[in-house]
Design a protein around this ligand. Structure first.
Ligand code: CO
Length: 224
């Protein structure tokens, strides 16, 4: 049974349909490569760690055209990297130290509900401390953001600045600093997914410059 999602006007699968879809997916994978799942079970060796928003529209693998096994994924509301979040910190540690990913991508998206909520005066309960991370980004860039008169433009810019600040948070971790100074990897990239066009925008964050810029304060002695 299908009903339409109001957002996309596309049929949304019913609960039962999900398992039908899964069977079809298995068949289609085996049709192109009969050993697909045998190979998948051998292990993972992804080059990418993708940290993105939980928003159902901003998928990781699909927008990158990536296959299973190629991207290690972490998603949370508004793609926040908080140093007191054991979840994201564990993901970074595991991806960098054990999987030895070459690239860490922080991917935000325009029309992000989490970023929008952080721009408004409202009490959202347990979401308050989480969204405070984004309010902190606003405070760091208050002059630039307040100079943008158009509210939608300001909202879009905050999405970009949030990505940039979360990239810096990734660079602040010992795992990233240590691996980068030893091997030249991982590189940290900031992306924005445009929900309206499907386009992926590379904010071209200068990793080396950002690292040098914060090292006076955030150097963890990992280069000794
Ligand atoms: Co979002």
């Amino acid at each position: 049974m299908f009903y339409l999602t109001p957002l996309t006007n596309l049929p949304m699968p019913s609960y039962e349909q999900v398992f039908e879809n899964n069977k079809n997916w298995i068949a289609s994978k085996k049709a192109t490569n009969k050993d697909f799942f045998i190979n998948l079970a051998k292990g993972q060796n992804p080059n990418y760690l993708y940290i993105g928003c939980s928003d159902s529209r901003a998928t990781a693998e699909e927008l990158m055209g990536a296959a299973p096994g190629e991207v290690f994924v972490h998603r949370n509301i508004a793609n926040v990297i908080s140093n007191v979040d054991l979840n994201v910190m564990s993901v970074i540690e595991y991806a960098v130290t054990h999987l030895k990913v070459k690239h860490i991508v922080v991917c935000g998206h325009y029309f992000c509900g989490g970023v929008k909520a952080a721009m408004q005066s409202q009490d959202l309960g347990i979401l308050n401390p989480w969204l405070r991370n984004i309010r902190d980004v606003y405070r760091l860039h208050k002059e630039e953001l307040n100079s943008i008169k158009d509210e939608e433009q300001r909202y879009m810019r905050l999405v970009e600045l949030n990505v940039e600040e979360q990239c810096i948070n990734a660079i602040k971790t010992a795992a990233v600093q240590k691996a980068y100074l030893e091997t030249g990897y991982p590189l940290v990239h900031g992306w924005v997914f445009n929900v309206k066009t499907g386009e992926l925008l590379d904010l071209k964050i200068d990793f080396d410059k950002k690292l040098k810029g914060i090292q006076e304060i955030y150097n963890l002695g990992t280069n000794k």
